[in-house]
Design a protein around this ligand. Structure first.
Ligand SMILES: Nc1ncnc2c1ncn2[C@@H]1O[C@H](COP(=O)(O)OP(=O)(O)OP(=O)(O)O)[C@@H](O)[C@H]1O
Ligand SMILES: [Mg+2]
Length: 435
């Protein structure tokens, strides 16, 4: 189509320049804060000279700026661009209705330059990743416990309205000088049932370490527990200083007969009570069904947890891992190794973020399992995966329990000596220095 032909000379910088006015002079762009996968975030002044933040719908993989307007990069991207824009506007209007002290306020949603915008409250402070890097002394266990409660209350409010955030990570929480926490960045927020638009789901933004495995597949049902996985990963990062292993690696490790690379927090000495750490571990379960199912349930777990930090228990025997691996291998005996889904990594100041460009280019036209085999019914496949892995785990635990019982019976006379020797064995080193 003629109007979609963009001449090289017309292509401008992606970002709006400082001094650009929007909405008939109501907003004046001051500076560009960051260009992300879905949009560009600017600092701006409103007509009363108050600081605001403007988010522009700008999925750089499918659009560019030309002649002052935002346009699809090519004719075949036009449908995707307008679909993303529609979605951005619909989500922005829903978010504008939210009213929570720990969720950023949206005060205006509008269309201009053939794109869509939302004006947000400006929140003083740094994101949690920056605080962790620059001022780790601010994030004491007491503060982190309090932040988790606040975060859970915000997420509970959101989920109560049927909204998933889908991009919870340390860089999407801002912490001000007074210690108030604000959840931001609903750019990728979507409705509870994330199935309505295939083109859009191909543009899923995933963040390694924070996204549960279901976020890596288009058209898979997402749950409250999917957001809670990301929240668990966020607090795992605050406790340990690093993001947990990538969920797809974890899933692949289990399926490939290897132990889950995730080391439960509750087995280490991190300076927190066991209940607090166990809840994070549960939120981070690979299988959706094994996770904490609601923010309220997580809050209840925190209420029930003792405050003092009890002695850490020894790690699970490697035998158990071996048995699980063997059973998982048996379950997957018919699967063949194949090509993993391709994704493009965008360079950012935040943790590695991956963006699938388009359904045609980056994702296979049909979802595939981790070995590259096509999946015709994704929901049924995921349910079957969950069921098989759960059954494998149950059988392994039963086998382990039976073996332990047998060993205890046989080795009863030696247990006194073992206990005695144990007193001289070196204590397991704590996994990291407590904050
Ligand atoms: N309301 C706000 N007040 C103050 N600073 C903000 C606000 N919103 C965003 N920022 C700053 O801009 C940065 C990027 O914003 P945001 O997280 O919304 O964009 P993004 O990660 O690029 O988004 P996307 O997922 O849409 O690509 C934040 O880490 C924060 O430093
Ligand atoms: Mg962000």
């Amino acid at each position: 189509m003629q109007q979609n032909l963009i001449l090289e000379d017309d292509i401008q910088n992606d970002e709006l320049q400082p001094g650009t006015s929007l909405l008939h002079g109501q907003y004046l762009i001051e500076e560009n804060l960051v260009s992300g996968g879905f949009g560009i975030t600017y600092l701006a002044l409103d007509s009363l000279e108050r600081q605001v933040v403007i988010k522009e719908c700008f999925p750089g993989a499918v659009c560019c700026r030309a002649g002052g307007k935002v346009q699809a990069r090519s004719a075949d991207r036009a449908g995707q661009f307008s679909s993303i824009k529609r979605h951005f506007l619909r989500e922005a209007r829903r978010l504008a209705k939210l009213n929570h002290p720990n969720i950023v306020g949206v005060h205006q949603v509008f269309e201009e330059n053939n794109s869509a915008y939302m004006a947000l409250d400006y929140v003083e402070g740094d994101d949690l990743l920056t605080v962790l890097e620059d001022h780790p002394e601010r994030l004491t266990p007491r503060v982190i416990r309090k932040l988790l409660r606040t975060a859970l209350e915000s997420v509970s409010y959101l989920h109560g309205l049927g909204i998933l955030h889908r991009d919870i990570s340390p860089d999407n929480f801002l912490l001000d000088r007074q210690g108030n926490l604000t959840l931001i960045d609903f750019g990728a927020a979507r409705e509870h049932a994330g199935k309505e638009n295939r083109a859009l789901s191909a543009l899923l933004a995933v963040k390694d370490g924070y996204s549960p495995h279901e976020f890596y597949l288009a058209d898979v049902t997402q749950y409250a527990s999917s957001d809670l996985y990301s929240l668990g990963a966020t607090f795992y990062h605050l406790v340990t200083g690093d993001a947990p292993p990538q969920s797809q690696e974890r899933l692949a490790a289990i399926a490939a007969n290897n132990p889950d690379p995730y080391h439960p927090l509750a087995l280490g000495d991190w300076g927190y009570d066991r209940g607090f750490l166990e809840a994070i571990d549960k939120a981070l379960a690979v299988l959706q069904e094994d996770r904490i199912q609601s923010a309220e349930a997580w809050l209840e777990m925190l209420d029930a947890a003792p405050v003092a930090a009890p002695e850490p228990e020894p790690e699970l025997g490697t035998d158990l891992n071996r048995v699980i691996s063997r059973l998982v291998q048996d379950t997957n005996v018919d699967l063949q190794p194949g090509k993993p889904t391709a994704v493009e990594t965008r360079k950012r100041h935040v943790p590695s973020r991956q963006l699938a460009r388009s359904a045609q280019e980056e994702r296979p036209s049909h979802p595939v399992d981790i070995f590259g085999n096509p999946i015709s019914d994704v929901d049924a496949w995921q349910k079957e995966q969950d069921r098989a892995l759960k059954a494998a785990r149950k059988a392994a635990q039963a086998a382990q329990a039976a073996r332990e019982k047998e060993e205890t019976e046989q080795a009863a006379p030696r247990s006194v000596i073992a206990k005695f020797m144990g007193r001289f064995a070196p204590r397991r080193a704590s996994a990291a220095t407590a904050h």
